[in-house]
Design a protein around this ligand. Sequence first.
Ligand code: GTP
Ligand code: MG
Length: 188
Amino acid sequence: MSVTDYTKCPDADRPEIAFIGRSNVGKSSLINMITNIKGLAKTSSTPGKTLKINHFIINDTWYLVDLPGYGYAKISKKMRESISSMIKSYILKRENLICLFVLIDCRIPAQKVDIEFMYWLGINSVPFSIVFTKSDKLNEQKLKTNLDNYLQVLAETWENIPQIFITSSESKKGRAVFLDYIENIVKQ
Ligand code: GTP
Ligand code: MG
């Protein structure tokens, strides 16, 4: 199911989690990796592929939601603002949303748009975790350095650092741990 407005989402009758993050960070790929269904969520090497709120029902018990990316520069300001307000009203008003996963490309230093977005979640009391994506693109050493740097930036705004996952949709690294966590929170 694919909608452009949170009021048109399916009935809020089961727990829901959602993936959010900058365009091209790997949200749709992570959905395919988690579900083991290639091509379930449409992916693209060109940013701005996902433009709607997409619900996937998992095991008939919970919803996994693919959201459009934020902060994509190559679309009109009007379009960007309309996506941003669609995302924000979905996040604030969707009553069965139990956790939001903010995806961050592990190769890229902390970006203002992500830090500000997480700050916005914080002031609105929206629970979230961070998922570092594309970890197959870095060696262990570089990955560790980047994560340490990111944690330092987070520590500037967050007293308690959110839960963190390290994943790769390419190698499936981190899949079991991440899936375990999700299955636990949707059961509660
Ligand atoms: P939008 O829908 O445009 O917001 O993007 P998205 O966040 O859904 O990204 P998408 O899953 O479409 O992936 C973007 C690009 O990154 C694609 O070319 C993917 O193949 C690639 N990609 C995603 N995850 C990984 C990963 O873990 N490793 C590698 N190497 N590439 C990845
Ligand atoms: Mg997408």
